[in-house]
Ligand binder design. Sequence first.
Ligand code: ZN
Length: 196
Amino acid sequence: MSSLSGMPVRPILRFPDSRLRQTSAEVKAIDDDVRKLVADMTDAMYAANGAGLAAIQVGAPLRIFIVDGGVAGGDEQDPPKVFINPKIVEISDEAQTGDEGCLSFPGIFVAVKRGMRARVSAMDLEGKTFEVEGEALFARALQHETDHLNGRLLIDQVGPVKREIIKRKLRRDAAEAAAAQDDESDDASSDASSAG
Ligand code: ZN
């Protein structure tokens, strides 16, 4: 897959890649490397039809995530909202339970209980601090992506039985994908639309 610029898209790490368990480090300065990373993350998220993506999912252990502009309360055409060194300020007592996906767990959706609203403080790409409150899907994305920065994953939200089922399915999918690639390079495009 390639981006609009024609450059190859950075691959998204998939469970059980151990790098996904790292705790990401604070961003010290917003420089060209960080701007390039965010551009790469944007390409990777859109190529995979995701709603959000954390930097660690493309192998960069930095406290950065992005959320699709439409999900983040803007227009669908808006660029993703960028969160640098985000902190959850508040999560509502009121909860929501709904199916949650993750680009690092392709094709897997599990019911996860989250706060209905979440307030996050972060820095944007200009280094300006902002605070935003998300509700429903946006709140879910804020909580899911913050988990990534702390090495916490979708699979940690389920019990041991479901965890084994997910592991087995992902192993089978990976084996099938490898076999298909051996066969020939059929242009298999992803059909799943997942949150980050
Ligand atoms: Zn995720």
